[in-house]
Write a protein that binds this ligand. Structure first.
Ligand code: NI
Length: 251
């Protein structure tokens, strides 16, 4: 069930049977010469929508599609929120859902650069409850899609070398499965991109001239993407069911 394709009476009825919602969260940033700018929000969205369509009663909120990507701003098309802006937006997003009665909000993340900011945003929201404000008695969860049980093992079996950490063949494969009309090709030189630290945008572009980090995305295919999405969406359904069943300790 997608929140965006539902009406308010349908969400009101949903809240009578569940207090759990999944929010895909990602980034709009360069992903090398062939990776789509939307890769990091598309991947968690594709997995969450696939899980929702597969069955159960999984509610998926609109995707939080722009994240903390300052280091990619040296490449055209990247859009970034600075950490403080993203924390403020995530706080309002979370409190909006909590105001309706959602007590377990599960963020499925697609961008490593978002992790520190998401955790800081969770601390901001929890702080308000701790200082006596509203709301209290709810739980936030952060999961990177590649950390869902079994997914990293599958990705390293599919791509034993040249997986890397940015514009990876696994994330490119997931977008090729989700958007087969937008598959791109290029000649990569070197075949496997360099690795190193992440600092500011000009430094990033100098170190990683085509935008990839440690990866060889030419290994991606829609079929491999389908394998990843099918495994990840099953794991997501299991994990969200466990999250929804956790007892609330506050009254
Ligand atoms: Ni990515």
């Amino acid at each position: 069930m997608l929140l965006a394709k539902s009406t308010w009476p349908e969400i009101e009825a949903f809240l009578q049977r569940s207090r759990t919602v999944v929010v895909p969260v990602g980034s709009n940033e360069q992903h090398g010469p062939t990776g789509l700018l939307g890769t990091d929000w598309m991947c968690p969205e594709i997995i969450a929508h696939h899980a929702s369509a597969a069955g159960g009663d999984l509610l998926v909120a609109p995707t939080f599609a722009v994240g903390m990507a300052q280091h990619h701003l040296g490449f055209p098309g990247t859009i970034s929120l600075r950490p403080s802006t993203m924390i403020a937006a995530l706080r309002d997003w979370t409190l909006s859902l909590a105001a309706h009665g959602f007590e377990r909000i599960y963020y499925l993340n697609g961008h490593g650069g978002n992790v520190a900011t998401l955790e800081a945003a969770f601390s901001e929201v929890y702080s308000e409850a701790s200082y006596g404000g509203r709301p209290r008695g709810f739980s936030l969860r952060l999961r990177n899609w590649w950390d869902l049980p079994g997914v990293l093992r599958l990705c390293s079996r599919l791509f034993p070398e040249g997986h890397g950490s940015h514009a990876t063949p696994s994330e490119v494969a997931v977008t090729q499965f989700g958007y087969p009309d937008a598959i791109k090709s290029a000649t990569y030189a070197p075949r496997i991109a360099p690795t190193g630290p992440i600092r500011e945008a000009a430094d990033f572009r100098t170190r990683y001239p085509d935008g990839r980090m440690g990866s060889d995305p030419a290994q991606a295919s829609p079929e491999k993407g389908r394998e990843i999405v099918e495994l990840a969406s099953k794991a997501l359904l299991d994990e969200v069911a466990g999250f929804a069943a956790e007892p609330m300790l506050t009254g």
